[in-house]
Design a binder for this molecule. Structure first.
Ligand code: MLT
Length: 305
């Protein structure tokens, strides 16, 4: 009997896949495997029998990968399982940044007691007007599971898409994503895009990659979207770019003390993967990975060994 501990809430649809060989336990010290979402495991004491950790999600920066590898503990993630949920929020982010929908909705709430709110709204609305995304250029940095869906949906909405991914080549992008996505290097994506969205993991090489130098290469009035991790963006450089108008809006899924105070930042509380569908998909994939590893030694989406 294998003992499974859930460090965060894990969708019951995923846990239902566990066979009679498994018991979900309350005491972490006895765990053979841990299912986790975003709980930070870096400072955690490691259970003596722990053999595997499965992250129900893509990012694994909450898990000490090297430390666990040295201890023989395999770590898995669930790439793609929440990609559609994140893609949908990226599209929403582009629309929220294109028109002042948030300001407009707040105005209506503020005028809720006005009997003539309809008339007043017609007068007030010009201050919330904006632009359309049709015909605009979207730069996608990172063309993995999420970047791919964002690129395809943006094209379907009539945007021109330029994509950059150091792990891909033009033929693969045209075959697996879209023949009309322009495959480019990073400087071209930065220079030619009206909207830029980043979909890369937080690694030493990607931390702070959107710094003052990168921002300087962007178009004036660009909209930047970050649904990956906050550490990819240099907050001080972004604050300066927002203040000067160089960046028209920064849409981020990561609240931190710096971004919440930035003017023209649209800060979302990490809702990218928070849909019932994504939570089910991630939990099911994570449970299947754990069972395949514990029972057959199969390393499906293992990220540290
Ligand atoms: C991910 O890494 O999969 C997303 O950021 C969502 C999450 O952290 O759960």
């Amino acid at each position: 009997m294998y003992k499974i501990y859930c460090l965060n809430n894990i969708s019951p649809e995923g846990l239902a896949l566990l066979t009679d060989n498994y018991e979900v336990i309350e005491n972490i010290d006895e765990a053979d495997a841990i299912l986790v979402r975003s709980a930070d495991m870096h400072e955690m004491e490691v259970p003596a029998n722990l053999k595997a950790v499965a992250r129900a999600g893509a990012g694994v920066n909450n898990i000490p990968l090297d430390k666990f590898a040295e201890a023989g503990i395999a770590v898995f993630n669930t790439p793609g399982a929440n990609a559609n949920a994140v893609k949908e929020l990226v599209l929403a982010g582009m629309l929220l940044a294109s028109r002042d929908i948030i300001g407009g909705v707040a105005w209506v709430r503020d005028n809720a007691d006005d009997e003539n709110v309809g008339k007043a709204a017609e007068k007030a609305k010009k201050q919330f007007a904006g632009g359309e995304i049709l015909g605009k250029t979207l730069g996608v940095i990172g063309l993995g599971a999420i970047g791919k869906l964002v690129a395809q949906s943006a094209e379907a909405l009539g945007m021109k898409v330029i994509g950059y991914d150091p792990a891909m080549d033009e033929i693969t992008v045209h075959e697996q994503i879209s023949p009309t996505v322009e495959f480019a290097d990073l400087p071209k994506v930065l220079k030619e895009s009206d909207f830029i969205t980043i979909h890369v993991p937080a690694l030493p090489a990607t931390k702070g990659m959107i710094n003052a130098d990168a921002i300087a290469q962007m178009k004036d009035g660009v909209v930047f979207l970050n649904f990956s991790r906050d550490v990819l963006v240099d907050d001080a450089a972004m604050a300066e770019a927002l203040a000067s108008g160089k960046v028209a809006a920064y849409v981020t899924d990561f609240a931190n003390p710096a971004v919440v105070k930035m003017e023209r930042a649209i800060v979302i509380p990490h809702l990218g993967a928070s849909t019932a569908e994504a939570e089910d998909n991630c939990a099911k994939m994570a449970v299947e990975e754990i069972m395949a590893y514990l029972e057959r030694g199969e390393k499906i989406h293992c990220v540290n060994m």
